[in-house]
Design a protein around this ligand. Structure first.
Ligand SMILES: Cc1cc2nc3c(=O)[nH]c(=O)nc-3n(C[C@H](O)[C@H](O)[C@H](O)COP(=O)(O)OP(=O)(O)OC[C@H]3O[C@@H](n4cnc5c(N)ncnc54)[C@H](O)[C@@H]3O)c2cc1C
Length: 549
């Protein structure tokens, strides 16, 4: 099995977004990594979820609070293998074989492959990536000297994983309600307070933490960003204690904890008035990672559903011979491929923003697409996991198969890094502040005007314009927020359709995928379809890519 070789759409996207030299190298790496994820890492994922979950070792034999987290051997091996492949490091430093820096498109490709085995293994990577992003962009030279090399280690120096701690008991979405205090002491600070959801606690070398200095305003304006080493240099505790590990529905591989700071030594990162802004920048990276994990789950769910439908017989026929089953698989394939293309388009734009190459308009579009695609992909991951279970019948509900874990893992993707409501509010914020809707509509109209079949989207764009007009003219906050998720949904449909249509010219199979996608997106599912559009293209769309099942 190989998650990379089984996914020609991914190879196509890599070739599109990497230059030839980078692509040639990346393809070899991804072939190796795709096999590693599909085999050994996948086995460890099942073990970690069932028998080998992280455990809190709260006290040592003398009764002292050591707040250590135990993880299994396979987990540790996975950490080493994955980071040594440069999943975090090569965004910030040269790839030795190429003599130049990598990018997020490549890092997200690795994340997509890893998530097909276990998003709970990808989660700590995304936290480390966010910590490295913050330190590299906003840390002082002194802080970078002290911690960046470890955060981006590919094995040449001791590795520090990262973490980002925002959420407190009284508020996750409402970060402005944060109460953790930072008390100045010499050239550094001491933190006091609690963080209620702290993933990678006990495993991280450093955490990036939001806290409030004394005498600053309430709300988000008074939050500063701190780098907090998990331990002192001599290995002693740095005043950070784990109260308990969360007993979670899914992503059980990653330890998520309740953490108490009792005088933890902390270093200010950047401008103290901009902590919230910095963290929102990192949150945007985490949201792209979330979308990447979601398309990973969608891919795995589709792969499992397809394999089962081709193997299982009922009433004397393979499941895959029945029209309703064909319909399900074609819909899954088309949606997964187009949504993956959409996420990679965002990944490329994210690269431009992260490396300071994006103009103002691109920066706004990137923020908008991050909100749209984080919301959409997370919901689709749950839907796909459900479809995969359904395809397996009773077996799909049993933990011998990966399907229950896919559903349990997918469910968190709609919650962390911002719920759908919070993302809807982000879309509204962008509309109010930058007229992002006008920018979006103008861009989509420009693109559809030159696309064959672009006229198909006109009615959808008109409806979007009408809803945006209503919202912007609405007098009260309630009417505006009530509609913001509707706007986001319609924008996703339009954006993904444009991405699909732009890709339609890349081959016969691609044309069929696009046709199925448009049917799925715009056709009323309750209307009669005498052509049985989804059945018609089954062989081409679903069977053509069957490898290694
Ligand atoms: C497994 C796991 C790991 C996590 N790891 C971390 C971590 O490492 N670091 C970290 O900082 N956090 C972490 N979190 C926390 C996560 O980011 C928050 O749970 C999430 O942001 C939601 O915040 P909340 O739980 O406080 O929910 P709330 O903010 O209380 O939201 C509850 C509901 O109310 C809705 N809502 C809230 N405000 C509005 C509004 N204005 N309008 C409409 N609806 C609204 C939300 O959409 C949601 O549906 C983790 C969470 C989980 C489950």
């Amino acid at each position: 099995m190989n998650f990379y070789l089984d996914d020609p759409n991914l190879g196509r996207l890599l070739q599109k977004y990497l230059d030839p030299q980078f692509f040639e190298w990346a393809e070899k790496e991804c072939t190796e990594f795709g096999a590693m994820c599909a085999e050994e890492i996948d086995e460890r994922a099942a073990h970690t979820d069932r028998e080998g979950r992280p455990k809190l070792i709260k006290y040592n034999r003398y009764g002292e609070d050591v707040s250590k987290v135990w993880v299994n051997e396979g987990y540790l091996k996975t950490v080493e293998q994955v980071y040594n492949k440069g999943i975090v490091g090569y965004v910030h430093k040269n790839i030795p074989d190429l003599g130049r820096r990598g990018n997020y498109v490549y890092a997200f490709t690795q994340g997509y492959l890893l998530s097909q085995a276990e998003p709970g293994f990808y989660c700590p990577v995304t936290l480390t990536a966010a910590a490295a992003f913050l330190l590299d962009h906003y840390g002082s030279e002194e802080l970078k000297q002290a911690y960046l090399r470890q955060l981006i280690s590919t094995g040449e120096v001791e590795r520090f994983e990262g973490a980002t701690f925002l959420t407190e008991r009284q508020g996750g979405s409402d970060v402005g309600a944060n109460e953790t205090r930072a008390v100045a002491e010499g050239g550094h600070y001491r933190l006091y307070g609690e963080k209620y959801f702290a993933s990678n606690a006990g495993m991280c070398g450093v955490a990036m933490v939001l806290a409030r200095r004394e005498g600053v305003p309430s709300g988000t304006k008074g939050l500063s960003l701190f780098l907090v080493p998990w331990e002192k240099e001599n290995g002693e505790k740095n005043g950070i204690y784990i109260r308990r590990l969360k007993d979670k529905l899914g992503v059980r591989a990653v330890p998520s904890a309740e953490v108490v700071f009792d005088g933890a030594k902390a270093y200010l990162v950047g401008d103290p008035a901009k902590g919230f802004y910095y963290m929102m920048e990192a949150l945007n990276l985490s949201r792209v990672c979330n979308a990447v994990a979601s398309i990973g789950i969608m891919r795995r769910a589709y792969r499992e559903a397809r394999a089962y439908a081709l193997r299982r017989t009922a009433f004397g026929h393979r499941l895959a011979d029945y029209p309703m089953v064909k319909e399900t698989l074609v819909k899954m394939a088309a949606k997964q491929e187009v949504e993956t293309s959409a996420v990679f388009r965002l990944a490329r734009l994210f690269d431009r923003t992260a490396f300071g190459k994006a103009d103002k308009k691109e920066q706004i579009m990137a923020r908008l697409l991050i909100a749209l695609l984080k919301m959409e992909t997370a919901e689709q991951a749950i839907h796909f996991a459900h479809e995969a279970i359904e395809m397996h019948g009773g077996n799909g509900y049993i933990e011998d198969f990966v399907t229950p874990r896919l559903l349990r893992d997918a469910q968190v993707l709609t919650v962390w890094e911002g719920t759908a409501n919070i993302l809807g509010l982000e879309v509204l914020r962008l509309m109010r502040k930058f007229n992002a809707h006008e920018m979006f509509i103008k861009e989509m109209k420009r693109k559809t005007s030159v696309l064959q079949a672009g006229a198909l989207l006109s009615a959808g764009i008109e409806q979007l314009e009408e809803t945006c007009r209503f919202v912007m003219e609405a007098k009260d906050e309630a009417a505006q927020t009530y509609h913001c998720k509707r706007i986001a949904k319609q924008m996703v449909k339009i954006f993904e359709s444009v991405v699909a249509l732009e890709d339609a010219g890349t081959g016969e199979r691609q044309k069929s995928v696009v046709e199925a996608f448009l049917q799925l997106t715009w056709h009323d599912p309750l209307c009669i379809d005498p052509e049985m559009a989804f059945v018609k293209n089954f062989d081409e769309i679903v069977l053509e890519t069957v490898l290694g099942n």
